[in-house]
Ligand binder design. Structure first.
Ligand code: WT7
Length: 657
């Protein structure tokens, strides 16, 4: 941590926001919860699990004998979709609204729990009719429309495994993910609405499956959303509406083992190949529901909850689908972008549905800050009573703005740290209990054990910075990487044996509160989404002009980090490639095509050499200095000390042009 960062941590530490007595009194989480979990962690988790409906109760809480491969509640059986749907209806909550859907063009649709249950039962029957059964993988590539939630729950209901691929990923990225998981079925839509226009999805599926590239896929279910014409392959494609119309609304949920796989979700690691993070049923649902209830202080009878994440990310899995629905919440789902058709769209939605709990990302908050407080000030946001943040560290300035401008100075803010791998929130204040500190995620939740360690794995005392580790297994932990147990062991459990290494640096302040400082590996965090430098590099070198590439995450005021690439061109392609500007344009589009628009580098610089150590490792630190326009740091470990002056000299010349 730099001196400036340390100073920021310690000055912010002085600012504290204790809970209001009114909030504390009505809060779901009461102070005794920490003591209860500390006294007997496994009994605490068993009690949380018993808030779910078990078709067959469990006797064993945790089996850690085959560490790091955990089994939670493994002799119990449940049905995840039954827990999210049927039991609410059977217990008299069928008329409660589950989903207020707001389409970008302004169309709306409401699903009560009874209606959502019927839709999921039909979809489950439709999937069964297409030959999908327990253990089969279904890829879901949809916009943020109710069918995304319905599809996920239908897959869960029949004991199959979903692999949701974010709609912003390209055909190539989709193909890789379908192929790695050997998906049997793809659920997609003609498209969705973004920024006032239809944005097609089906063509990417067609391209991903073209030339027999994904032989595992037997059918594609296509939801009609935009109504735009799409290519149609009679031997594969089936209209979702036809399949639903033909399906019965009767479906009895079967019981599945607690460790039955629920989903795979691909995320970026430090290599070029995305990893399929595997989550299972009972433990995952237990922690998703527990955290959703306690961290967001959910009062399901009165709250209207809105998590702005897309279902393509883990936040959408745990805090749009499984946590809220297991808890019987009423929530808003919005299809589009925050600024369409006007910059106040989100605030208009909050006013319209009287949203009381908002969960979003620092990058969104910073972009609203930039737009000025006049925009949200024009709407009535008085229904809000709690605000959440996720995806990256929230800087204290953004935290204060969120509190004052959006929360009217009265809403507690929960800064929640977790990962695709952890499945659910791990570190967060508990509203009504914690004295809030802007910029700090503060404490591991009751039931979660974490530490900050130094290079040798020694646990650090308050006042020190180091690496963030999880010291005990937790119910919603990943169970592995799809088809790759070695990468699971090596990637997470080898740096500090017997402890899970999250990949983040963190500092414990003098009060014992945690400040997560960001990734310490070659993983970028762009708008709260993970991207690996290696993945971008391999996309770049796949282009015929590129001999070598290095990508770094440069600090960005809005998105946290943004990719900046450095490429060496192949000598025989220099003439064809033309000007630096042309290379920049062509290669940025190439990355968009290979991975998706979220990975598009801010800039691609053509350089004569890359800075490397004597062992050939690219010194990204130096490139980051260049990308952030700082003076170059220590270059003594460079194999060729002249390289950096070649790069900076070239850039200076470019700037002078
Ligand atoms: C990485 C995980 C968890 C869902 C969204 C991202 C960073 C996440 C915070 C936070 C500081 C955070 C970490 C983590 N991160 N939340 N509250 N404060 N950093 O999921 O793509 O799996 O990325 O996001 O660096 O390791 P993900």
């Amino acid at each position: 941590m730099t001196e400036n960062e340390t100073a920021a941590v310690f000055s912010a530490q002085e600012r504290r926001f204790p809970p209001s007595p009114d909030f504390a009194l009505q809060a779901i989480a009461q102070p005794g919860i920490y003591q209860e979990a500390k006294a007997d962690r496994l009994t605490f988790w068993a009690n949380q699990a018993n808030l779910l409906h078990w078709h067959k109760p469990f006797n064993h809480v945790l089996d850690w004998t085959n560490a790091p491969f955990a089994r939670w509640f493994h002799d119990g059986q449940l049905n995840v979709a039954y827990n999210c749907l049927d039991r609410h209806v059977l217990e008299g909550r069928g008329n409660r609204v589950a989903i207020h859907f707001e389409g970008e063009p302004g169309d709306t649709k409401t699903y009560t729990y009874a209606e959502l249950t019927i839709a999921v039962k039909k979809a489950a029957n439709a999937l069964t009719a297409l030959g999908v059964g327990q253990g089969d993988v279904v890829a879901i590539y949809l916009p943020m429309i109710p069918e995304a939630v319905i599809s996920m729950l239908a897959v869960a209901r029949i004991g199959a495994i979903h692999s949701v691929v974010f709609g912003g990923f390209s055909a190539e990225a989709l193909h890789t993910r379908i192929d790695d998981a050997q998906a049997k079925l793809v659920i997609t839509a003609d498209g969705g609405f973004r920024r006032g226009k239809p944005s097609a999805l089906k063509p990417a599926v067609d391209e991903a499956l073209s030339d027999g590239k994904c032989p595992s896929v037997t059918h594609v279910l296509v939801v009609k959303r935009t109504g735009e014409a799409t290519g149609w392959n009679d031997s594969l494609d089936i209209a979702w509406e036809d399949a639903m119309a033909a399906a019965s609304a009767e479906h009895e949920a079967q019981a599945y083992d607690a460790e039955n796989p629920l989903f795979i979700l691909y995320t970026s690691g430090t290599t070029g190949k995305p990893k399929g993070i595997l989550h299972t049923s009972g433990g995952y649902l237990t922690q998703a529901a527990y955290t959703h209830r306690n961290v967001f202080d959910l009062h399901p009878e009165t709250d209207v909850y809105w998590c702005t994440a897309d279902v393509g990310w883990i936040t959408g899995h745990s805090y749009v689908v499984y946590g809220p629905l297991a808890n019987g919440a009423t929530q808003v789902i919005y299809e589009g972008t925050p600024d369409s058709p006007h910059p106040g769209r989100w605030w208009e939605i909050i006013q319209k549905y009287k949203v009381s709990i908002l969960y979003t990302a620092p990058t969104a908050i910073r972009s609203f800050m930039k737009g000025g407080r006049e925009v949200p000030d024009a709407f009535d946001l008085s229904s809000l009573r709690l605000l959440g943040s996720v995806g990256e560290p929230i800087n204290p300035e953004a935290w204060m703005w969120y509190r004052d401008v959006i929360g009217g100075g009265k809403c507690p803010i929960v800064d929640t740290w977790w990962q695709t791998e952890t499945g659910a929130i791990m570190i967060s204040p508990l509203p009504g209990i914690t004295n809030l500190k802007p910029g700090s995620a503060q404490l591991a939740l009751p039931g979660i054990e974490m530490a900050v360690v130094n290079d040798d794995g020694r646990v650090l005392e308050p006042g020190h910075g180091g690496y963030l580790v999880i010291t005990q297994p937790w119910p919603s932990m990943l169970r592995g990487i799809w088809q790759n147990p070695e990468r699971y062991q090596e990637g997470y459990w080898s740096r500090f044996p017997t402890r899970y290494f999250a990949g983040d640096g963190a500092k414990l302040d003098n009060d014992g509160d945690l400040w997560v400082l960001g990734r310490v590996d070659d993983v970028m965090n762009v708008s709260g989404h993970r991207l690996s430098t290696a993945e971008l590099e391999s996309a770049l070198v796949a282009h015929e002009w590129v001999a070598e590439a290095a990508v770094v995450g440069a600090t960005d005021d809005l998105t946290g980090q943004t990719p900046v690439a450095f490429v060496i061109l192949r000598t025989d392609k220099v003439a064809e490639a033309g000007s630096d500007e042309n290379v920049n344009n062509v290669l940025r589009n190439h990355v968009t095509k290979e991975i998706g628009a979220i990975a598009k580098p801010r800039q691609i610089m053509v350089v004569p050499e890359l800075p490397k150590t004597r062992s050939g490792k690219i010194m990204r630190r130096l490139l980051r200095d260049v990308a952030e326009q700082r003076d170059i740091g220590d270059t003594t470990t460079l194999a060729d000390v002249g390289v950096m002056s070649l790069i900076t000299g070239k850039l200076a010349a470019g700037a002078a042009d």
